[in-house]
Design a protein around this ligand. Structure first.
Ligand SMILES: [Zn+2]
Length: 240
């Protein structure tokens, strides 16, 4: 069967982007967005970026998958699925070309140079090997240099942004550490991610509940055994 064209009506709907952050400097106004096709919408967001997201192409790909699976694309429940899935990917993966270090937009100077630890920052990302989610929490610790700190919510924003692209957990962990190192140049940084991967829970080896833990440490939180242990102990809820 030939691939069905994506219904124009569906593509003309303005996607709900309330939960998808758009780059501040390129964010189009609501009037600019009204009545655009998905492709125009994305181009409006991404400007002239090379390799920007083409949601119309994604929707065509979803149609092809459904067709390959032997589905009837004209079935009522599937009529808008390709466009809906394309919009979902637009929301889930908007962070591909964004720099997570930009999320640490403001810094402050305080006298303290002791460990700052933020625990249990929840995230959901998409495994690049299977394109199914992995979900869990991130813990971030850093020791400021020259008292240079950032707002705690900025650390959560970094986690959010790096989760919004196709990922492997190991690289995601390192990208969080890199962003903090780049912007704060701290004496040390440590990032721990704990996540459950649906590609292990619902397919393949099928072990629901198993957790993958990854770490990335820089500076004295990498090289100084006492400092590293202090951070890891606090992560495990034991206070030294
Ligand atoms: Zn996977």
């Amino acid at each position: 069967m030939e691939s069905e064209a994506i219904p124009t009506k569906t593509l003309n709907q303005t996607p709900n982007r309330t939960s998808a952050k758009m780059p501040k400097q390129r964010q189009p106004s609501a009037t600019q967005l009204a009545g655009t096709t998905l492709g125009e919408l994305k181009r409006a967001i991404d400007g002239a970026d090379e390799g920007s997201m083409d949601l119309e192409k994604v929707a065509r790909g979803v149609s092809l998958i459904l067709e390959g699976l032997g589905e009837n694309l004209n079935r009522e429940g599937l009529l808008e699925t390709p466009a809906r899935v394309a919009r979902m990917y637009g929301e889930l993966l908007y962070g591909l070309n964004e720099d997570p270090a930009d999320e640490i937009s403001c810094t402050f100077t305080e006298g303290e140079e002791e460990l700052v630890l933020v625990k249990d920052i929840s995230f959901a990302s998409i495994c690049e090997h299977h394109m199914v989610p992995f979900m869990g929490v991130a813990h971030i610790g850093y020791i400021p240099a020259q008292g240079k700190i950032t707002g705690l919510s900025k650390l959560a924003r970094v986690v959010e942004l790096v989760s919004r692209r196709l990922q492997v957990q190991e690289r995601m962990t390192a990208q969080i550490a890199d962003a903090i190192e780049t912007k704060l140049n701290p004496r040390g940084v440590i990032v721990v991610l704990e996540a459950e991967h649906l590609c292990m829970s619902i397919r393949g080896i099928r072990k629901p509940g198993s957790k993958t833990i990854t770490t990335s440490a820089r500076g004295i939180l990498h090289s100084d055994q006492f400092r590293r242990q202090e951070a890891l102990t606090l992560l495990q809820n034991r206070y030294v």
